[in-house]
Design a protein around this ligand. Structure first.
Ligand SMILES: [Zn+2]
Length: 111
């Protein structure tokens, strides 16, 4: 796996592995969209995101509510990684979060 920010070299959780499969780092770097105000912690389990690899800014399944979710909570509460549902961010430097999934499309939003 290429260049995942992972200071303590820990093993990825299964949720992180799933998100790593969705993340498109190359497309993210081409688009160069960074989260301007990244959250400190997950809105749902309140774990710190400082050592996390991914978070999702996304819609809660079956709801109109949006939140910042860690990898684990995304698979519990989240809807999907796509425009209109959720954006996936990868931490590529200390507190520098690049959008790597759920990119804006030129298509009308699928509602
Ligand atoms: Zn969480």
């Amino acid at each position: 796996m290429e260049q995942i920010h992972n200071d303590d070299n820990r093993k990825l959780t299964s949720s992180e592995e799933k998100l790593a499969g969705i993340a498109d780092r190359g497309e993210g770097e081409r688009r160069d969209e960074w989260h301007l105000d990244p959250p400190d912690s997950c809105d749902y389990c309140h774990r710190s995101l400082s050592n996390s690899i991914f978070f999702v800014d996304g819609k809660v399944k079956g709801s109109f509510q949006w939140g910042n979710m860690c990898a684990e909570c995304f698979f519990t509460y989240g809807d999907a990684i796509r425009w209109g549902a959720g954006q996936l961010y990868q931490q590529v430097g200390s507190n520098e979060w690049l959008m790597v999934g759920g990119f804006p499309t030129d298509e009308p939003e699928p509602f």
